[in-house]
Design a protein around this ligand. Sequence first.
Ligand SMILES: NC(=O)c1ccc[n+]([C@@H]2O[C@H](COP(=O)([O-])OP(=O)(O)OC[C@H]3O[C@@H](n4cnc5c(N)ncnc54)[C@H](OP(=O)(O)O)[C@@H]3O)[C@@H](O)[C@H]2O)c1
Length: 229
Amino acid sequence: MKVAIIGASGKLGQYMVRHCLAKGYEVHGVCRPKSVGKLDEFKDKITIFPGFTSDRDVIRSAVQDCDAVLTVLVPWGVNNYASKTAQAVLDFSKDKARLIFSCGWHISRDGKDVYDWKLRLLVPVVSAIAKAFRLIDVNDQVLATNKIFASDKKWTVVRGSDLEEGDSEGLPVWSEHVGDPILASNRTRRIDFALFMVEAITNDQLIQKAPAIVSCKSESAIATKNRAL
Ligand SMILES: NC(=O)c1ccc[n+]([C@@H]2O[C@H](COP(=O)([O-])OP(=O)(O)OC[C@H]3O[C@@H](n4cnc5c(N)ncnc54)[C@H](OP(=O)(O)O)[C@@H]3O)[C@@H](O)[C@H]2O)c1
């Protein structure tokens, strides 16, 4: 299995590199030239493609012969970084490749997610401030995922809850919609978000789905499991 990781040098990316290598996968990693050093510990084990993830030539080289592509979707700046990244991955990946993208709960595929007041208030306020300072354009992440949802490729959009660091708690559980009781705890270890992304490569039930995830050890996940017993 040959896997490209787009955004390999970030926190989520490095966890995904580790999980992929542990499975014996061959890894292509794309990261900004200034961040190549962050991947030093893997430099003899993976092939690095330095470049911005929105650079179509870099993405083409990295993904064209891969069986799967794991993309960290981040809406940096105000020049359509996330949507250009998603478009390049969709355009240059093999037709049969599994394409897994990361984002947060704020992305909704069908408008049926139910958000609590904090998310309803925070997303527009933080988005407006971040855009005013030309730091982040959350609408571009929405544009990126809309492109993915419209594609007939074998994609999965993994929607992460609030993230925390720490040892693995195991493969997160998921649900179709934010607001479902199983997700109420709203916490996942970042290492396990990465695990879910990597496991999705071989889980055909997740093709063309947008799972919202939560730690399998969270209170809401355990309560839901106990109710089902
Ligand atoms: N943070 C959260 O609480 C949270 C919650 C839910 C979902 N998520 C999702 O999880 C994924 C990873 O997010 P994360 O917060 O954990 O961050 P992360 O894994 O550290 O990833 C950030 C990525 O953005 C790149 N980057 C940083 N500054 C940049 C810039 N100015 N221009 C271009 N690229 C830049 C980083 O590359 P370098 O290594 O080159 O800096 C890295 O690849 C995202 O899809 C996010 O939507 C995050």
